[in-house]
Ligand binder design. Structure first.
Ligand code: DC
Length: 226
């Protein structure tokens, strides 16, 4: 059995950062499942396929020429890492992600990432649907206001224009869609360690996750985060 840690939660909860740090710290593989839905959203838009065209979307999902190369996300030969990180791409991802046939088409592909020595899987349904037998399940949350503020700071740091009010509204709209869809909605898996990170630093969250890993796998020599 390959050890799997699932880290689920809403947009902007810090899952991406925490998942990457945990994977780096343990030397395990990382699956950024949100990037898959983001690339599918982009590919669908380019192919003129809407979220209503369910079977066409499933065919596209099955043939998606997506590769991760270190931090880079490639669609065919094209580096789409930046393109998929915009708010528009996030919204497009959330729409295609609500299509059951598209999700089903991506299941085996995601499960194939469970390789030795272990996997950290970041998403919305990692602990509930994709890896229901994972030994460690984390559910990371933060208030919508705090998540919008984090995003606002990130955009400003990149020199991009942003409005906090519209970021809060977009985050709430996306949460609503991700939580209320009929298939694999965002929810805390049973027996998950829930971490409310509104007033926690990244290091504090990382420590809680690594403590849980150490308890679950006492044989691993896990160093304290620097
Ligand atoms: O984590 P993220 O913001 O990159 O995800 C983008 C969208 O993809 C998100 O709004 C919902 C969807 N998603 C999903 O439905 N299931 C996942 N496992 C990961 C992401």
């Amino acid at each position: 059995m390959i050890p799997v840690i699932t880290i689920d939660g809403p947009s902007g909860s810090g899952k991406g950062t925490i998942s990457r740090l945990v994977a780096e710290h343990l030397g395990w593989n990382l699956l950024d499942s949100g990037a898959i839905y983001r690339v599918l959203g982009l590919a669908a838009e380019r192919a003129g396929i809407s979220a209503q065209q369910r079977s066409e979307l499933a065919i596209l999902a099955r043939s998606l020429d997506l590769h991760f190369q270190g931090e880079k996300v490639l669609l065919g030969d094209e580096d789409v890492s930046q393109l998929i990180r915009t708010e528009t791409a996030g919204n497009a991802a959330s729409k295609v992600a609500a299509v059951p046939q598209a999700r089903a088409a991506l299941l085996d592909w995601q499960r194939a990432y469970a390789k030795a020595p272990g996997l950290v899987a970041d998403g919305r349904d990692m602990g509930t649907v994709v890896f229901p037998d994972a030994a460690i399940k984390i559910f990371l949350t933060a208030s919508a206001q705090e998540r919008a503020l984090r995003r606002y700071k990130q955009l400003k740091e990149k020199g991009l224009d942003a409005s906090l009010a519209s970021l809060v509204a977009e985050i709430q709209e996306r949460d609503d869609r991700d939580q209320n869809r009929s298939v694999a909605p965002l929810k805390a898996p049973a027996a998950a360690l829930e971490i409310e990170s509104t007033s926690l630093s990244i290091d504090e969250v990382l420590k809680q996750v690594l403590d849980r890993v150490q308890e679950t796998y006492p044989e691993l020599a896990i160093s304290a985060p620097e």
